[in-house]
Each structure stands twice: as structure tokens, then as C-alpha cells.
Write a protein that binds this ligand. Structure first.
Ligand code: HAX
Length: 440
């Protein structure tokens, strides 16, 4: 993996030099304010992390090194990982090297399958996925090198080494979990050197000769890759890796965050929501019936899954990319048709709902992704977040490789108590000085 190592090393040097220059001139300058609203609002809007793999513009969506979602429509997850970690798309020889490396590493130790087989069948596949990754932690090269006393200049190199191993294994692990939970339990092996998408599609063992299903899997593994550093899963993986817990620990932890219904599990929830609509109203519900269903859901104090976002303020371009695929390959699917009806109905309702308090009434990626998988026969929607996780691990790994290359410190923000806040605001009022700094 000479070419990849050289490119990552070069990128880290460039990023470090840039940051040093900025730091020399601005080390004590203010980059943002923290209001009480920010503090109590899940740190929303607080600038608190540097992440160079990607950036989310509230009105344009995801950017990776200047490229945006329409540029990824035909790319492979391997190309996207290369872009995330180096800042450029690979040339043919670089891609060839990466594909070969990954294909050589795509094996899961037998004890992992034994452990997963021993679990009860009512377990969620995300739990198995996270456990499977954690079980392989003993294979961490970073951990071994750290114990040997490696120089910290090389932390990134062994984080990269672990990342390549993990990225190669995840499609195999995920497909195996699908077979264990939802098929007859036999794990499909492959002796061929397949790319990430084909390996995954082949090992799932159904619909494998349908090229558009493989293409959907490719797109799925591409579009969920990264969404800057502050989302629950990426931030968790960054915090864990900042303690020099290796990439297996960091990824397992990040995926546990992804498993939440307000984050990655929303794709499962969306399909479940559509299924509920179809169960109640039939496969071709009228617009008015769907509107009533949505209103009844909100009136029952529930959320509309797949709508809203902490950062985005427009339709998620990833939603549009999936819609483009759906229109091309399965426009007749009743699931996609209901997704379209919801897209027509939900934003105007959410705009006015709760006196306009909902920051973003538009759909995110999760509002559509599952409906396409369902169309191709992947009806076990509990699995969708696992597929999200294969893809998002590309981002976790890239972010952590770069963070270790830049020797970013352990992450440790300060927390305060109610008493601290009360005393702080009282002292500000007493002194009549609204610009007084917080006492640490
Ligand atoms: N349906 C109903 N109410 C919603 C809503 C929705 N889709 N989206 C937001 N709201 C509500 C919030 O619950 C909040 O209500 P309270 O003040 O009563 O608690 C209010 O509107 C303001 O929230 P917000 O500022 O608009 O949104 P947040 O930044 O707090 O939360 C979420 C962003 C994505 C968590 C939120 O929009 C949501 O719960 N959406 C549905 C779940 C979902 O699709 N999650 C996936 C997001 C993308 C992602 O991470 N994918 O992995």
C-alpha cells in the first residue's frame, strides 16, 4: 500500500503546515460564542472540532474535498475512502493497489462466527455488528505497536493499517450476520478477489445476479460514508480514538451511536413507518389518507422518521441521489411511491408544526434508502443500519487516521453544574458586566 501511505503522509503534512500557520497568527482569537442555548441544546451550532475529511453546508449538503453528492453517483466505496483520507480521487494504479490490499484482508476469524452463532436470534443485527468488530480488537496492529513503544509520529500509519483491515472485513461480517439472522444460517464464502460491494452482494446470497441490486449496494455504501465530525457516531468514534483506543474500539463505539433512532436507525424506522402506512391504508394510499396518517402520528407525540436534520436546512442531496436511482430502476415500487407522497406532504406540515419550531422540515437520507432495498428483496429492515455502518466506517477511519496524523490531543470538554451556571449568571448580573469570562 505504498501509494496510499505516501498520499496520506503528504496530506497530513499539508494539513499540519496549514494549521500551524493559522495557529501562529490566531492562537488566542475567538472562533465562536457559546450561549446557554447552545450548551443546553446538545452543543448544536458550537464550533468545537476540526475535521478535514468532509464538511456539511446547511444549504448544499455534504462536501468532500470540494466534491459534492452528484459527483459520487457513480463512484465506489473504495474511491470514496481514498478521497476521504487523501483529499483526491485515486488514479487507476492507486485504485488497483487499494482494491488488491482490501481483497487480501477480507477474512473474519472463525471465533467471531462462533460467538455470533451463540447469540439469541432476537438480537438486533447492529448489536451483533458492533460485537463482531469488538471481538476482532485483539488483531489491532496499532495496539501491538503501541505496546512495543512506537513513536507517536507513526500512530496514523498503524491506524491506517487497522482501518484497511477493518474496512475489508466489514462487508463480510455484515453479510454473514444477515445470513445468520435472516437466512438459513450458512455463511457464504468467496474464493474470488471481489471489491467491497461485490463481496457484500455475493455473500448476502440473494438477488446476486441482478446488476441494479449490486449497483444500489454500491451507492448505499458510498452515500453514507461521512458527514463531518460532530454527528453522534463520528464524534463518538473520534472521542474514543483520541484516548488512543484503537480503531476497533472506536468503530464499535461509533456504531453504537449510529444504532439510535434519531441517527442511523432512522432508516429502519422509515421503512417501518411506510409499512405501517401500507398496513393501515393499502399499498396505494391516497394523498389525503397519508396526510391524515402523518398528522395522527404527530398528534400522538411521535416523530416523522427521515425528516429533519441537526445541520441541513434543505432536502438532503443524498435523498435526491437515491431518488435519481429509484426513478431509473424501480419507479413503479409502491414503497418508492409512498416515499414520494410523504415528500409532498410532510415538509409543509412540519413547517407549520409546533409554531415553526422544527428547524428543518425536509427529508434526510434515511427517508428513502430503505424503500429501495426493500424493493430488491431486503425486507428485514433491521439490517439497514448495518449497511449504513459499513459505509460510515469509511468516515470514522479517515477522520481518525488524519486526527492521529495531526497528533490531535485527547478530547475532553468541560462540563458544569446547575449551581455553577447560577453562580456564574448571578455574578455577571451583580457586576453588570455582560462580557465577563467564565471562571474555569
Ligand atoms: N418529526 C417530529 N418532530 C420533529 C422532527 C420530525 N421529523 N424533527 C424535529 N422535530 C422536533 C424535535 O423533536 C424538537 O421537538 P422538542 O423541542 O419538543 O423536543 C423540535 O422539532 C426542534 O428540533 P430541531 O431543532 O428541528 O431538530 P434537532 O436538531 O433537535 O434534531 C433530528 C434533529 C434529526 C434528531 C430530528 O429532526 C429528528 O428527530 N428527526 C427524525 C429522525 C431522523 O430522521 N433522524 C435521522 C437524521 C439524519 C441522520 O443522522 N441519519 O443518520
Amino acid at each position: 500500500m505504498e501509494k496510499l501511505v505516501a498520499k496520506v503522509s503528504q496530506r497530513i503534512k499539508i494539513l499540519n503546515n496549514e494549521l500551524q500557520e493559522i495557529y501562529q497568527e490566531h492562537s488566542d482569537d475567538i472562533v465562536g460564542e457559546i450561549t446557554l442555548k447552545n450548551l443546553l441544546g446538545g452543543m448544536r451550532g458550537m464550533t468545537s472540532l476540526v475535521c478535514n475529511t468532509s464538511f456539511v453546508d446547511p444549504y448544499k449538503g455534504l462536501f468532500i474535498s470540494g466534491y459534492e453528492i452528484p459527483d459520487f453517483q457513480d463512484k465506489t466505496p473504495e474511491e470514496i475512502f481514498f478521497l476521504l483520507v487523501t483529499g483526491t480521487f485515486p488514479d487507476p494504479s492507486e485504485l488497483d493497489e487499494l482494491n488488491t490490499e482490501l481483497a487480501q484482508r477480507a477474512t473474519i476469524p472463525e471465533f467471531v462466527w462462533s460467538m455470533l452463532r451463540s447469540l439469541p436470534k432476537n438480537i438486533h443485527p447492529m448489536t451483533m455488528f458492533s460485537m463482531g468488530i469488538l471481538a476482532m480488537e485483539g488483531e489491532s496492529v496499532f495496539k501491538k505497536k503501541f505496546e512495543e513503544g512506537v513513536n507517536k509520529d507513526e500512530y496514523w500509519l498503524y491506524t491506517l493499517e487497522d482501518s484497511l483491515n477493518l474496512i475489508a472485513k466489514l462487508p463480510v461480517l455484515a453479510a454473514g450476520i444477515y445470513r445468520l439472522l435472516f437466512m438459513n444460517g450458512d455463511i457464504i464464502d468467496s474464493t474470488q478477489d471481489l471489491n467491497l460491494t461485490d463481496n457484500f452482494t455475493f455473500r448476502l446470497g440473494f438477488n446476486r445476479h441482478n446488476p441494479s441490486f449490486a449497483d444500489l449496494n454500491r451507492l448505499y455504501l458510498v452515500l453514507h460514508c461521512d458527514h463531518e465530525g460532530g454527528n453522534v457516531s463520528a464524534f463518538t468514534s473520534r472521542i474514543v480514538n483520541s484516548a488512543l483506543s484503537n480503531i476497533y474500539y472506536a468503530t464499535s463505539a461509533g456504531l453504537n451511536g449510529l444504532a439510535g433512532p434519531l441517527h442511523g436507525l432512522a432508516n429502519q424506522e422509515c421503512l417501518h413507518f411506510i409499512t405501517e402506512i401500507h398496513d393501515a391504508l393499502g399499498n396505494k394510499p391516497s394523498i389525503d389518507a397519508v396526510r391524515n396518517f402523518v398528522m395522527a402520528t404527530l398528534d400522538a407525540g411521535k416523530i416523522i422518521p427521515g425528516y429533519g436534520h441537526a445541520v441541513l436546512r434543505v432536502t438532503d442531496p443524498r435523498f435526491s441521489a437515491f431518488m435519481k436511482f429509484g426513478d431509473q430502476y424501480c419507479s413503479e415500487s409502491p414503497y418508492l411511491q409512498t416515499v414520494k407522497k410523504l415528500y409532498e406532504i410532510v415538509p409543509p406540515i412540519l413547517k407549520d408544526y409546533k409554531d415553526g419550531k422544527i428547524s428543518n422540515p425536509w427529508p434526510n437520507v434515511d427517508a428513502i434508502s430503505g424503500s429501495l432495498l426493500y424493493h430488491y428483496g431486503m425486507t428485514h429492515y433491521e439490517f439497514y443500519t448495518v449497511m449504513f455502518g459499513i459505509s460510515r466506517t469509511l468516515g470514522f477511519c479517515a477522520q481518525n487516521i488524519i486526527a492521529r496524523g495531526m497528533q490531535q490531543p485527547i478530547i475532553r470538554p468541560k462540563s458544569v453544574t446547575n449551581t455553577w451556571l447560577k453562580t456564574y449568571f448571578e455574578s455577571r448580573t451583580n457586576e453588570g458586566n455582560r462580557t465577563k469570562k467564565a471562571v474555569p
